[in-house]
Write a protein of this length. Structure first.
Length: 198
């Protein structure tokens, strides 16, 4: 039969063994229990899959790199079928660093026509939009611009195409978001001057 002291020694040994085992496990798994700031950042970045073409913008924005270079059209020029030609263009700002370009756009049969607007970055873009067959709206999420487009009414909208990049605009509330278009703001190199506008 074991003495009381032997029982206490065995019990104490078991408790000490458990404490040491828990301590060793805690030290081994310390990084899992208490992750460092770098580990938290690495884990967060692993969860976010970024589009390699995306460029910084507002939450919910669409700005991305321009994949296909399309020259900025001038009034009277010809372009591909779905590229808007400005009705008017004139220098704006200091030393002609930007231009004011006016475009006529219509919306009908659930489409912006034309659906691609190409300008230079920093240009002031004036859109004169007419909804032909129903009520629509237009939303530029990156630029924070939204306008209702009542059927048959000419709506004027002015935005600045800055910074450079490819942006999406679309019909947000009045119709399906598949009714969309593209604004391309071509990057202007520092020191580059605009051509003479007609």
């Amino acid at each position: 039969m074991m003495s009381e002291q032997t029982k206490i020694a065995i019990f104490s040994g078991i408790i000490i063994g458990i404490i040491i085992t828990v301590g060793v496990i805690a030290v081994i798994n310390r990084e899992e229990i208490f992750p460092t700031e770098n580990q938290e950042q690495e884990e967060a970045s692993e969860q976010i899959v970024e589009d390699p073409n995306a460029l910084p913008t507002v939450d919910g924005g669409t700005r991305e790199r321009i994949q296909e270079i399309i020259e900025t059209p001038e009034p009277g020029s010809t372009a591909e079928e779905d590229i808007a030609i400005p009705r008017y263009a004139a220098p704006a700002g200091k030393k002609g660093e930007s231009a004011l370009r006016t475009f006529d756009i219509k919306v009908e049969s659930n489409a912006f026509i034309p659906s691609t607007i190409v300008v230079d970055e920093k240009d002031l873009v004036k859109l004169e939009i007419t909804a032909q067959d129903a009520d629509y709206d237009i939303f530029f999420p990156d630029l924070g611009v939204f306008k209702e487009l009542p059927q048959g009414k000419l709506v004027k909208l002015q935005i600045q195409a800055y910074p450079f990049g490819k942006y999406q605009f679309f019909c947000k509330n009045a119709c399906d978001e598949e009714v969309k278009g593209t604004l391309i703001a071509n990057e202007i190199e520092v020191g580059e001057t605009d051509t003479v506008l007609e």
